[in-house]
Design a protein around this ligand. Structure first.
Ligand SMILES: NC(=O)c1ccc[n+]([C@@H]2O[C@H](COP(=O)([O-])OP(=O)(O)OC[C@H]3O[C@@H](n4cnc5c(N)ncnc54)[C@H](O)[C@@H]3O)[C@@H](O)[C@H]2O)c1
Length: 366
């Protein structure tokens, strides 16, 4: 296997996040290059390959894993496939970049972490908020003491719901908006505060807007307490009209900072006629809109992919790990259990259900 030069990458999946990964590698091309893409629907891998100049295409990702020069594989498939794919990639001796959430169950998380350790490959958890330039700046200031002791951190991501049917199917997703979007906020607050142990979790979730489409939650509020005395408020929604919103607030005894991922990287715009594209999941571009520039850069995707490639070459230490993804899973189980019981849950929580969302669904109405 080639151990110098650009890291050769294969992507599993060809739709929304696969396109973002491909663009991310292209925006910072000095450390890695995408050489293959695998996706089961005939024609889809070819389409992504044509768009990004990716030379090799596969319909079966297991065939892609036989390519000896590929060193790192990114998973952009539905959540219920993350574990199986990670194990296959690791067994093929390749490094894994797994999209969020890490997987469907804690048992899967353990299998993924153990297999990658045993095979001596990296398990990188693709949590881009650890690389989002605006949020990284907030953390730099916090680490320099700008806000003194942080007593509250808020993180929120909201839009009107995901683009693909599998997200709404709790068997394939494992949870609704709390799992899909809250996994970002939980990981972010934990990382921002320096990974203190989570001591308790409280959550309120419901299906307020999309009950005809899903049994899952479409709005969620989750409060975490940490052993260092800090509190996190994670707020997420699939019911918010108007496109993507993502923001963070940090409150310390010595200061405060507000970071809105889109505002400040967007142009307040009015158009009678509309135009091509404003921002992720925005339904239209007529009337008032907030078109962003350098969208993927501002999310931190190229920086994240570059970091993972540098980790493969031993140039950097992995910042976002399978273990981080597992901590998020532990919190998700406790959060859904809290929502089901209507009370705060002390950590560690021993899961009672197979998938996180079932902690809530199984108790609902009882
Ligand atoms: N980091 C982020 O902000 C972010 C954003 C969107 C999605 N995601 C995550 O990325 C993952 C994919 O989401 P998406 O939005 O791209 O979904 P999507 O529905 O747009 O695409 C899913 C892809 O997986 C492929 N796939 C399905 N079964 C497969 C199989 N057996 N083998 C290989 N490929 C298979 C599909 O063909 C498709 O190409 C999810 O885990 C999601 O949570 C992360």
């Amino acid at each position: 296997m080639n151990k110098s030069g650009k890291v050769k990458v294969g992507i599993i999946g060809s739709q929304f996040e696969a396109d973002i990964h491909a663009q991310g590698f292209q925006l910072m091309p000095e450390e890695a290059e995408v050489v293959a893409v695998a996706s089961p629907t005939p024609g889809n891998a070819e389409k992504l390959a044509r768009k990004h100049g990716i030379p090799r295409v596969f319909t079966d990702y297991r065939e892609m894993l036989k390519e000896p020069d590929i060193e790192m594989v990114t998973i952009t498939a539905p959540n219920y496939l993350h574990c199986e794919m990670t194990v296959d990639i690791a067994n093929a001796g390749k490094h894994v970049v797994c999209e969020k959430p890490l997987c469907m169950t804690l048992a899967e998380a353990d299998e993924m972490i153990d297999t990658c350790k045993r095979k001596g490959v990296l398990l990188a958890y693709a949590e881009e908020l650890f690389f989002t330039p605006k949020y990284v700046k907030a953390k730099e200031m916090a680490d320099q003491g700008a806000f003194g002791k942080i007593y509250l951190i808020k993180q929120s991501e909201k839009h009107f719901g995901p683009h693909s049917a599998w997200f709404w199917d709790m068997e394939k997703a494992g949870g609704g908006t709390l799992m899909d979007l809250g996994c970002h906020g939980i990981a972010f607050c934990y990382w921002f505060l320096g990974r203190p142990r989570v001591t308790s979790v409280y959550a309120q979730v419901g299906t307020y807007v999309h009950a005809e489409k899903t049994r899952g939650d479409d709005d969620a509020i989750c409060i975490l307490e940490f052993e260092n005395g800090s509190v996190a408020l994670v707020e997420d929604s699939w019911g918010r009209r108007g496109g993507m919103a993502d923001r963070t607030e940090v409150y310390g005894e010595g200061g405060v900072t507000y970071a809105d991922l889109h505002m400040g990287n967007a142009l307040p715009t009015y158009s009678e006629y509309g135009f091509g594209y404003a921002v992720e999941k925005a339904p239209s571009t007529t009337g008032w809109s907030y078109p962003v520039f350098e969208e993927h850069w501002n999310y931190g995707i190229p920086q994240e992919m570059r970091h993972f490639a540098r980790c493969v070459r031993g140039k950097e230490k992995l910042e976002a790990t399978g273990e981080d993804g597992r901590v998020v899973m532990e919190v998700l189980y406790a959060a859904y259990a809290s929502a089901g019981m209507g009370q705060k849950v002390k950590m560690p929580y021993q899961p009672q259900a197979k998938k996180p969302v079932e902690e809530w669904l199984n108790r609902r109405g009882k």
